[in-house]
Design a protein around this ligand. Sequence first.
Ligand code: TYD
Length: 135
Amino acid sequence: MDATFAKPVTLKKITDPRGSLVALEQGRDIPFAVKRCYYIYNVKEDAPRGFHAHKTLEQILLCVAGGCDLLLDNGKTKTTIRLDDPATAVYVGPMTWREMHNFTPDCVLLALVSDVYDEGDYIRDYDDFKKQAAS
Ligand code: TYD
């Protein structure tokens, strides 16, 4: 998977009469070593999430169920991607502001990430993000 800003990637889906399976492999679909995964679910109506960037963290985001809108902003360009396909993932690199909106009630948003949780890696103020992205 290319580490390109805001580019959804179609993952290989193995479908047979029983259903579908998607596998993500480090080095093929994931351009970093995965040290953590987390998932967001049971999101209340009108409860957007995210609203931060990371200084160094890399992530792969995909909805394994339901859907949400992923807004990505690299300080110059903003784009919104509808994530609603378990076989479509987005790489989100460092210094990318992200917001997630319009979650369906059944949404499960999965994140595969390059490091353990560290609040010090977050930029939670948009003006700070803009300044750091410009420098
Ligand atoms: P937060 O990063 O604010 O969630 P969002 O994805 O909506 O931006 O995290 C919510 C809370 O969960 C916050 O108290 C930090 C905590 N948290 C962890 O403890 N570990 C994790 O891996 C993550 C992502 C969050």
